[in-house]
Design a protein around this ligand. Structure first.
Ligand code: PMP
Length: 307
């Protein structure tokens, strides 16, 4: 069912009234930043949990800072608006929240400063974003944007043109998802996912300086791998050919969740089937996000409905 309401510049309004001008700066130039947040429905508890809201809004405010934007809300207010929107929509299913802060002026002129900052938040139902049973990936001919060109650590609207080039190329070449390299040729990330390799008994993931978005799911994987599986993660530069030799690979993100990779550039990852480490990480993840692990959910899962 489509959402009834959304939040726009301080007010909850009917969803069909959420309209911006064709002259909006953020629309023409991509001058905005956003988040993608998932909410998971827990059938037994009749509860909807929003996952790691605080970390998403802290990142949104960091993206705003990089873009010289300022929102008139604290993290607490952004959290409260989120739970209220889902309650107003009466959503009792898995949802996806999309906060967007953008330059709202209707002017012609490329710049970041002295512009009005607008804000919208929507919540809609969402199933899987990519397959979670085994992805076939291709290394992209498109390089990941560089920190000195368009900072990847901010979730900037316009940056997603770079991701779209890579994703379309991958799909049109018969793959499910792209893996992008940095300008130096190191592994960076997927089009909308971070990447982990399981190799020689440890997890390896590109370091924060490899032009990645510092993913919240990435952080979740690092923590559950260490605490629940006793597997440490090394954050370091990763060569392309390490992808061909890894025992297991996963892509992770709010949309993608934890998605095993079973093939890279037509070479099977390990045995070519989903491996035991990725499978266990995936199982833990899905239990945690649905609020089924009290020690994590107390900290990471915000309940929408009051009990
Ligand atoms: N990298 C990119 C480019 C992304 O768009 C995303 C999705 N937000 C991620 C990584 C994963 O980030 P997160 O786990 O915080 O959703």
């Amino acid at each position: 069912m489509n959402a009834k309401e959304l939040f726009m510049n301080g007010e909850f309004i009917p969803a069909d009234k959420g309209i911006i001008s064709v002259r909006t700066h953020g629309f023409a130039y991509g001058t905005g930043c956003f988040e993608g947040i998932r909410g998971y429905w827990n059938e037994e508890e009749q509860q909807l949990y929003l996952f790691r809201l605080r970390e998403h809004y802290e990142r949104l405010l960091r993206s705003c800072k990089i873009l010289s934007m300022s929102l008139p809300y604290s993290v607490e207010q952004l959290i409260e608006q989120s739970t209220e929107l889902v309650r107003r929509n009466g959503q009792h299913e898995d949802v996806y929240l999309r906060p967007v802060a953008y330059k709202g002026d209707e002017i012609i002129g490329v710049k970041l400063h002295d512009l009005r900052d607008d804000y919208i938040l929507t919540s809609e139902p969402l199933g899987n974003y990519v397959e979670i049973t085994g992805l076939r990936c291709g290394v992209s001919s498109w390089r990941r944007i560089d920190d000195n060109a368009m900072p990847a650590r901010a979730k900037i609207c316009g940056s997603y043109v770079n991701a779209a080039f890579a994703k379309t190329e991958a799909l049109q070449n018969g793959f499910d998802e792209a893996i992008m390299l940095t300008h130096e040729g190191n592994v960076s990330e997927g089009s909308a996912e971070n990447i982990f390799l399981y190799t020689n008994g440890e997890l390896v993931t590109p370091a924060p300086t490899e032009n990645i978005l510092l993913g919240i799911t990435r952080d979740t994987v690092i923590k559950i791998a260490e605490r629940e599986l006793g597997i440490p993660t090394r954050e370091r530069p990763v060569d392309r050919t390490e992808l061909y030799l890894a025992d297991e690979i996963l892509l992770c993100g709010t949309g993608a969740q934890i998605a095993p990779v079973i093939e890279v550039d037509h070479r099977p990852v390990g045995s070519g089937k989903v491996g035991p480490v990725v499978r266990r990480l995936q199982e833990f993840y899905f239990d945690i996000v649905r609020g089924k692990h009290p020690e994590y959910s107390a900290q990471w899962c915000t309940p929408v409905y009051k009990k």
